[in-house]
Design a protein around this ligand. Structure first.
Ligand code: TRP
Length: 463
C-alpha cells in the first residue's frame, strides 16, 4: 500500500471498512485451523476458552493495533518506528513483518490444497468418489494429493502468484469492493451448509463435541492453543491490522469496528465447526486427525447434504470452494502485503521488486513445508514435521510474543493523548470504555499472555 500520506485513500464506506478488515480476518484460520485445533484440544472446552480469549485479549489488542495504525497512517514497520524511538518498540514492526512472512510460507500450502479442491469440485471428482461407495475414498484422495511432491507445490505457486499480481497492482481499490460481495455470500453458504449438517447421522455427536465442554480436558496447553488461535484468526499480534486501520476514515469508531470484526470472525469459525464435526462423526475420521481433518470431512458434508440432489450439490460445492479461495486470498494478501511494504519502503525498492523477493522466498520455503507432507515427512522435531512446526511456532510462539509487545507498547508507552484522540475521534465520541481498555492493555493482557505462554510451553511443569 502506498505510504505517501497525500495519496492515501480511505475506505469509502463503513460497511466496506468492516467487511474488508473482516476479509483479512476470515480465512483458513476460521474454516480450516479452528476445527483442526478444536478437534485436537477437546471440543467444547476449547471453544469456551477460545471465546474468552477473543473477548479479553483479542479485542483490546485489535483496538490497540487500530489506534497505532490510524494514528501513524502508514505501514506496520514504519508505524512503530514513527511513534517511538525506543529500541524494543521499533522492533515490533520488524518482528511483525517476519511473523507475517513466516505464516505465509505454510499458509500458502493450505491455500494450494483449497485451490486443488476447487478444481476437483469443478471437474466433478468428488461426485465420482462418492459413487465409488468406499467410505475412505476422500481420505485416500487427500493423502495421495498431499504426498505427491509436485501437485501441492504447483497449486501453492499458482496461489501466491494470484496474490502477487493483486499486490503489485496495489490492493486499495479491489479489496473493498471484493469483500462487500464475497463476505455476505460466504456467510450465506456457510449458513446453508450448517443447517444441512444438522440433519446428518453424526449431528448429535458432532454438536455435543463442539458445544458440551468437558472441563477436565483443559490444560495450559489447551489455553495456549486457544489464545494463539484467537490471535491467528483475528489477524492480530503482528501489526497486520495496523495497515488496514491506516485506511480507516477519521470518524470510524475503532472499538465498535473491533467488536464487529471479532463477532463476524467468531461466528464464521463456529459455523465451520458446526459444518465439520457432524460430518466427522458421520464417518470414521478421528476428531484429532490434524491438518487433514477439514479437507477430508468437507467433501463428505456436500455429499451427505445433497445426496438426493447431486446437481445442486455440485453447484454448491463449486461455489463454496470458490468462496473459500477468495476468503483465503484476502488473508494471503494481508500477510503478503506486510513484508512487501516493509521491503519497498525501508530499502527503497520498487513495489514490483519487493513483491518478487517476498514471493520467491515464500515459494522456496513453502515448497519445503509442502514436501514435509510427503517425501520429507520423516524430518521431524519433537514429533512435528516441518509444516506442523511452522504452524506451532507461528501460532503459539510468535503471535503471543507479538501480542505481548503490542499490549505493553500501547498500554505503557504510547501517549495517552493519542489513545484518547483515536478512541474518541478527537472528542466527538464519548470516551466510553477507554479506561478499561487502557487498564486491560496495561496489566491484564501482558500478564495473561505471559502466564499462558510460559505455562503452555511447560515452564511451570516442575512446580
Ligand atoms: N486471520 C487469517 C485467517 O484466519 C490469517 C491472517 C491474515 C493472519 N493476516 C494475519 C494471522 C496476521 C495472524 C496475523 O486465516
Amino acid at each position: 500500500m502506498n505510504n505517501s500520506n497525500k495519496a492515501r485513500v480511505d475506505f469509502a464506506s463503513k460497511v466496506g471498512m468492516v467487511l474488508a478488515t473482516a476479509g483479512s480476518a476470515v480465512g483458513l484460520g476460521n474454516i480450516w485451523r479452528f476445527p483442526v485445533m478444536t478437534g485436537q484440544s477437546g471440543g467444547g472446552a476449547f471453544l469456551i476458552i477460545y471465546i474468552l480469549c477473543v473477548i479479553a485479549l483479542g479485542l483490546p489488542l485489535m483496538t490497540a493495533e487500530f489506534i497505532v495504525g490510524r494514528h501513524a497512517h502508514t505501514n506496520t514497520a514504519q508505524a512503530y518506528k514513527k511513534l517511538s524511538n525506543g529500541w524494543l518498540w521499533r522492533k515490533i514492526g520488524k518482528f511483525g513483518v517476519f511473523t507475517g512472512w513466516f505464516i505465509l510460507c505454510y499458509y500458502i500450502v493450505v491455500s494450494g490444497w483449497a485451490l486443488d479442491y476447487f478444481v476437483d469440485a469443478l471437474l466433478g471428482k468428488f461426485s465420482r468418489l462418492a459413487q465409488s461407495g468406499d467410505p475412505d475414498a476422500y481420505a485416500h484422495h487427500f493423502q495421495s494429493f498431499v504426498q505427491n511432491p509436485w501437485m501441492p507445490a504447483v497449486y501453492a505457486l499458482v496461489f501466491i502468484l494470484m496474490s502477487h499480481f493483486v499486490i503489485v497492482k496495489g490492493v486499495k481499490k479491489g479489496i473493498e469492493r471484493f469483500s462487500k460481495i464475497m463476505m455476505p455470500l460466504l456467510f450465506i453458504i456457510l449458513a446453508v451448509l450448517a443447517v444441512c449438517s444438522l440433519f446428518t447421522a453424526g449431528a448429535k455427536e458432532g454438536l455435543t463435541f463442539l458445544f458440551r465442554p468437558d472441563l477436565s480436558k483443559i490444560t495450559f496447553k489447551t489455553i495456549l492453543a486457544a489464545m494463539g488461535q484467537a490471535f491467528y484468526s483475528l489477524s492480530i499480534a503482528m501489526g497486520c491490522l495496523c495497515t488496514f486501520a491506516s485506511y480507516f476514515s477519521k470518524d470510524a469508531n475503532l472499538v465498535g469496528t473491533a467488536v464487529k470484526v471479532g463477532i463476524i470472525d467468531t461466528i464464521v469459525a463456529i459455523m465451520s465447526g458446526i459444518i465439520i464435526f457432524p460430518a466427522v462423526f458421520s464417518t470414521n475420521l478421528s476428531v484429532d486427525a490434524g491438518p487433514s481433518l477439514v479437507f477430508i470431512a468437507l467433501p463428505n458434508v456436500f455429499h451427505q447434504a445433497f445426496s438426493s440432489m447431486p446437481l445442486l450439490g455440485y453447484f454448491v460445492s463449486v461455489l463454496f470452494y470458490f468462496l473459500l479461495i477468495l476468503a483465503t486470498l484476502t488473508s494471503v494478501i494481508s500477510l503478503h502485503e506486510v513484508p512487501t511494504a516493509y521491503l519497498s519502503e525501508d530499502f527503497h525498492m520498487s513495489r514490483t521488486r519487493a513483491t518478487t523477493i517476498v514471493t520467491v522466498s515464500v515459494i522456496v520455503v513453502g515448497s519445503i513445508c509442502s514436501l514435509s507432507m510427503g517425501p520429507l515427512k520423516d524430518l521431524t522435531l519433537g514429533g512435528k514435521n516441518i509444516f506442523d512446526l511452522f504452524d506451532f511456532v507461528s501460532g503459539q510462539i510468535f503471535l503471543p510474543i507479538g501480542g505481548f509487545l503490542i499490549a505493553l507498547f500501547v498500554g505503557w508507552f504510547l501517549q495517552r493523548r493519542i489513545i484518547y484522540q483515536q478512541l474518541t475521534n478527537c472528542s466527538t465520541l464519548p470516551p466510553r470504555g477507554m479506561r478499561s481498555i487502557i487498564l486491560l492493555l496495561k496489566y491484564f493482557v501482558p500478564v495473561a499472555i505471559m502466564f499462558i505462554f510460559l505455562s503452555g510451553l511447560g515452564v511451570f511443569d516442575w512446580l
